[in-house]
Design a binder for this molecule. Structure first.
Ligand SMILES: Cc1ncc(COP(=O)(O)O)c(C=O)c1O
Length: 423
């Protein structure tokens, strides 16, 4: 069978009429637990000798359709859905890291990820070492014998910068560590990191994937392309597991080992599962992902072009503009568009930016991206407020910066609202 197109997969992958009722839309399996066929079936499920539903903290059929669809769209071997994007990041690192281990992350990340990595992960004994996404050689320089992974965003929040995934994947490959890519702002419609050498993809489904600003969710997608047993550095995957009768997860589950380990160890023991109702809403959103992303990108380009010509605007940072330093990278990695999240600054600096976010009427002033609605925020005093001045600079969130997430409304109305808000 030929490979199906993106929009076909977004609608059909992982989903089929319900075998019992014929329901065409994926039902919400709103249940905590699932009846066993008999005692042997129960014992086999618990020992990972059979695969099936036990308890919704670990697995649920609505969540399962979401996972199959995400794996198909990203081109991965398996996926695991979680209660939020941060939960997905926690489960990936929980599977790969031991106390005392290090990982390298780009400085240009969503502020919440910078906080999670720099502060909360410390209490697990996991240490982040920062590198510069603009300079792939800085990742090589940051390597140490304790490095277990490299983490980047494909399109970075808030700056909308495009990362040279292939160059950083080459560093990871040479070092024998996996490259983890947060593909939240791009979605697989724009960028498919596995095609460029990534080994794990993570998502905040809360954003464009769900797309309607109504549900939290996250996911990790296993590329199935990393040898977890080669170095002995990933004992949770390569060594006998005492909580499953000595099973070696990589040996038993091959290319799906990371996704399975994150489920049967991370989700089982740490517990950040997704609610079936949220999985259902995210699935509904995903069916129109291609249509929405294209409209988001087209609208964002039109708004960026309008801002770039406006006398009140000091600068616009949108990789879709022909004179942006990342325009060539955008054409290479994200040719259908540069996404919908970008930043700009007004000649009136911080004060004018704060006045603009307070004066919008159609746009919503809030802390999210990837909604059908256009959104605006001042990152330095909100999403990135815990960062030092140096971190703010490196993350592209200095006090003059205003971040936009352009929605799918009529673009003339978005521009008219910004025009009146900029005063
Ligand atoms: C790029 C990126 N990654 C991860 C996250 C965290 O996702 P969540 O809020 O679903 O935990 C966010 C949230 O804004 C984000 O923008």
């Amino acid at each position: 069978m030929t490979t199906q197109g993106f929009d076909t997969l977004a609608i059909h992958a992982g989903a089929a009429p319900d075998p019992t009722t014929g329901a065409r839309a994926t039902p919400i399996y709103q249940t905590t637990s699932f009846a066993f066929q008999d005692a042997q079936h129960a014992a086999d499920l618990f020992a990972l000798k059979a695969f099936g539903n036990i308890y919704t903290r670990i697995m649920n059929p609505t969540q399962g359709v979401l996972e199959a669809k995400l794996a198909a769209l990203e081109g991965g071997s398996a996926a695991l859905a979680t209660g939020s994007g941060h939960a997905a990041q926690l489960l990936v690192f929980h599977t790969l890291m031991q106390p005392g281990d290090e990982f390298i992350a780009a400085r240009q990340l969503y502020g919440g990820s910078i906080n999670q990595f720099a502060h909360s992960f410390k209490s697990f004994g996991w240490h982040v070492v920062w590198a510069d996404a603009e300079d792939p050689s800085s990742f090589e320089k940051a390597l140490s014998p304790r490095t277990k992974a490299i983490f980047i965003e494909s399109i970075a929040n808030p700056g909308g910068r495009i990362t040279d995934i292939q160059a950083i994947a080459a560093v990871a490959k040479k070092a024998g560590v996996p490259l983890i890519v947060d593909n939240t702002l791009a979605t697989p419609y724009l960028v498919q990191p596995f095609k460029h050498g990534a080994n794990v993809v993570v998502h905040s489904l809360t954003k464009f994937i769900g797309g309607h600003g109504n549900s939290m969710g996250g996911a990790l997608i296993d590329g199935g392309n990393f040898d977890w047993s080669a170095s002995g550095a990933y004992p949770l995957l390569s060594e006998p597991n005492p909580s499953y009768n000595g099973i070696k997860l990589h040996e038993a589950f091959g290319p799906m080992a990371l996704a399975i380990a994150a489920r049967v160890l991370g989700l089982r023991d740490l517990g950040p599962s997704i609610a079936p109702f949220n999985a259902f809403l995210l699935l509904t959103g995903m069916e129109t992902l291609g249509l929405r992303m294209q409209r988001h990108c087209d609208n964002a380009l039109a708004v960026a072009q309008w801002l770039a010509k406006d006398a009140r605007v000091a600068w616009v940072n949108y990789a879709g503009l022909a004179d942006h330093p990342h325009h060539a990278l955008q054409k290479k990695y994200s040719p259908k568009g540069a996404g919908a999240v970008f930043t700009f600054g007004l000649k009136g600096g911080h004060e004018a930016g704060v006045k603009t976010v307070s004066s919008v009427k159609l746009l919503s002033h809030l802390a999210n991206v990837g909604d059908t609605r256009s959104l605006i925020i001042h990152p330095a005093s909100t999403t990135h407020s815990q960062l030092t001045p140096e971190q703010l600079k490196q993350a592209g969130a200095t006090p003059d910066v205003v971040r936009l997430s352009i929605g799918i409304e009529d673009v003339a109305d978005i521009i008219a609202d910004l025009d009146q808000a900029m005063g």
